[in-house]
Write a protein that binds this ligand. Sequence first.
Ligand code: SER
Length: 339
Amino acid sequence: MSTRTILITGANGEIGHGLIDYLATHTRARVVALDLHPLDESLYRMCYRTVIGDITEMSVLESLSTGFDFDTIFHLAALLSTRSERQPPLAHRVNVNGTLNLLEIAVLQARLQGREIKFIFPSSIAVYGLPDLATKAQVGKIKEHEWCQPRTMYGINKLYTEQLGGYYARYYRQLDADERPEHVDFRSIRFPGIISAHTLPTGGTSDFAPEMLHNAAQGKAYPCFVREDTCIPFMVMPDAVRAITLLEAAPRDKLSRQVYNVGAFNPSAEVIRASTLKAFPRAEISFVPDLKRQNILDSWPLDVDDSAAQQDWNWHPEYDLERAFSEYLIPAITERYHQ
Ligand code: SER
């Protein structure tokens, strides 16, 4: 196995934790981790180099690019949907301008190294926007090209940057006289809500599920900010990491598209509560909907059609709801809080 060098932005975030752990355990990759904040201690020893810096500052990225030859860039840094609604200009700076900067670095790296650089980009179900609950119920599973009318800053940022990645991969500087050898191999996944046993998200709108579970495990009452019947797709972190590493490893000629849905299960908030209560029967979970955040969730799809990912790179989730709780979430969360 050759030693690859991988840049991970937003390394200290939730997917960053899962991905760095996976790469350290299963590969010999040298991980260069970039984050705005110092990396958690548990991640330090798994990384080849850690850098504190802001992706909106091109000088930070240029100096990283001078120091390393990257094979792959996992660009995970982003402001999630709730936080983005509170600070739209900041969301645009980080989610859009930051991504543009990273794509420029990918081109620069491709030019310097004279080969293709992989650019792996997590997108989200937030790119979809259903107009009302009746339509949401009626359309059910959504395909990648359907209902791309996001109503959040985050969803709009992600939809645009998916397109930007496609442009960098296929049409970048298309008017230049000479064929440009530098190629960015852009691949993106639209993730559902993600639930990890080891970390909690910050600033997302699907956060109600992980918050419910982590609060229950700590014996804390949780007033859930959505209605019981709220339903969006979710997956657990091990499947999210599997999905993103499978997509990265897939042969280019097997990929029929640049952006893929991935799904696993789609429980209502009431079903998540019931599964949580099975493990923590004394948990106090009530439903106190925040109507504004609720509107965002109601505009996200009930489920996603991920048949393209199944066909092109053999995607199948390992965890359905039952297995997610019994074999991953409950044992790992119990260990985390009850040691
Ligand atoms: N989990 C994200 C959020 O809630 C959606 O992709 O913002």
